[in-house]
Design a protein around this ligand. Sequence first.
Ligand code: NAI
Length: 716
Amino acid sequence: MIYYKKDTDNIVTLTLDMKGRPMNVINHEIFEAFVPVVEQLKADKKRGTLRGVILTSGKKTFLAGGDLEYLYQTHDPAEVFAFCEKMKKFLRELESPGVAVVAALNGSAIGTGFEVALACHHRIAVNDKRTVLGLPEVELGLIPGGGGIVRLMWLLGIEKAFHILSSGQRYSPREALQAGIIDDLAPNQKEMLEMAKDWLLSNKESRRPWDQTGQSIPGGSAKEATAAEYVRAEAARLAAKTHHNYPAPQAILNVLSEGSKVDFDTAERIESRYYTQLVMSKQCKNMIKAFWFDSNYIKHGLNRPKGFGKFRPKKVGIIGAGGLMGSGIAYACLQNGLDVVMKDVSKLIAERGRDYVRNKLHPLIQSGEMTKAEGDKMMHRIVTTEDPREFETCDLVIEAVFENAMVKQKVTKEAEVFMDEYSFMASNTVSIPITKLAEVSMRPDNYVGLHFFHPADEVPLVEIVRGARTSEETVARAFDFVKAIQKTPIIVKDDWGFYAARVQNTYILEGITMLKEGYPPALIENLGRQAGMPKGALAMADDLGLNLVFNYESQAGEHYGPKYIPHPAVEALDKMLQELQRPGRHKKAGFYTYAEDGQRQLWPELSTHFGPQLSNFDRQELIDRLLISQVLEAVWCMQEGVINSIAAANLGSIYGWGFPSFKGGTIQYIADYGVEAFIARCKDLRGKYGSRFRIPKRLEELVKDSELVGDLVGMV
Ligand code: NAI
């Protein structure tokens, strides 16, 4: 598992190569394996036959992160704390026997894997773009627990360490060097090992700064005024940004602040305590559930139609590529190695898409993240045109033209003439049924919805809309395409708003209902953000356009027919649209007013038009209404087959419209609340506010289904 090889210069190379695993991981097994190795190193040192150590890996990656399955399941703080301390003891032994250790990073090292590298005296990485380095634990509601925070603070100072740790950024080797988390880059593995050896031969110092007297943290400790002021200001910024919903970044700040005032070992113990607290927290379990378990469920294709070979797209046609969505979709394809044909009404307009890509690449080339040659190569993979003939060689064509059925159908017909029968056609519509658009298609079984979100090159979600005649094979191909551009595919039914817009609409409608009830608009917006939503409900309505909000609800009415009970918000929406003529942001008049520079302010006359002001309010009840309305709609979507898995519902909600990730997504929210408490709360809300809070049958089934109960009550 750990191969020990000493050369004639008394330099030992330790190669980690865990048997029967595709990658090295940090677990009890590896600790046990290290015990005799460290003893051997100590004995060598005593005999004077050890000059230095190189730690590297026999796998493609250096060392993976912690065991998330264990962290999700465990409810034993004493055990977590003990494990954390054991890992720290092991890393202290690695860095302090008086011999310098170089981490030779032949591949990725993230999370705990990178903490091991930080415990080495020097870090060199092979400059390979596929390598990912860093400490992204915060994305899972966690913090490093192997001394990573304390070491980074001692190496870079409180401010830089906080920036790196709280952003959760993953670095390429070149970026890691710029950020100061590694010390050198090597062109290949062989030269990396030579550089490691050279460094060991020319550096006798083997004590870390924190083990030397007279050394201090760069920029000072939080005992000193400058750093203390920084910590205070950062705490305020964090509170304003996260509304105390995400404890991990605050814990990082606390470890840095408290840990900077004490000796290294005490600081490490402080880190272990915060780490343990977070592992036990609901927020962390929810985030591991969403970003690890749910994400893997989707990545492994458990929702993808079975029995079809993997589709490997090479060339994508985009109609409307000069527009907002088309250019973003094109860039997402290019970034992932696909060629694109950008078509628009004229070649000149299609060129706008090329300009979009050029503008995206410019800063990357400036910062050195991409070479000019790489940028040019990507630009050469673009063809701009007004001629649908260019689609002959495309594996799929996506239309992102105006939201107008006739225009969409026209471009579909034009394109299909030239597309071969193995390719498929996709629409990026938000509100026109795919089944309707497919009516004009020559091959309706090869026609599907691919609903990207704005900005298309950034939002990691794509809804795959299965029309009435879409074949399973086309759905499978669409799924593979979305994965090929590294986005999360969720398969949805061709109903109004699909999944994301339909559920998001319930948040907006609940906010508008509160306005109608007389709650101050600023309160509604603030509580929305405090609940963890990215924007207030009224701001979201303005951005979407009140017509579309209204339209979705009308489509719901048509769908349910006589069973439909109008949402109380409809009346207020109608008033905004008809009487007050305020349709939203695009007309610079909605619930907000808009300055020339786009800055917005709540429309001062809102309170005049919507009821008496209520000054008494139950904060928790309003927050519950804003979130539970969405959760129930998500359950309705599961009941009606709009969406088919808990994983898709959770991730779709987080990525699609920003449902709070510390709650783990719409369905995990029920587990977070506690199933029984959730049901009781819905009954209470139903009594007070009406039938939109009634509980769909599917919820009972979700709870009854033993497998899902595990998901739902995992951490309650
Ligand atoms: P846009 O107006 O920015 O772009 C539309 C593009 O289509 C323009 O470049 C236009 O010249 C081109 N076009 C129009 N007719 C054409 C034709 N016959 N042949 C070739 N090109 C033609 O619109 P946007 O916002 O990019 O929306 C496009 C589609 O994406 C719409 O269906 C919209 O509903 C949908 N969508 C929009 C989102 C958004 O946030 N803007 C989010 C998700 C989907």
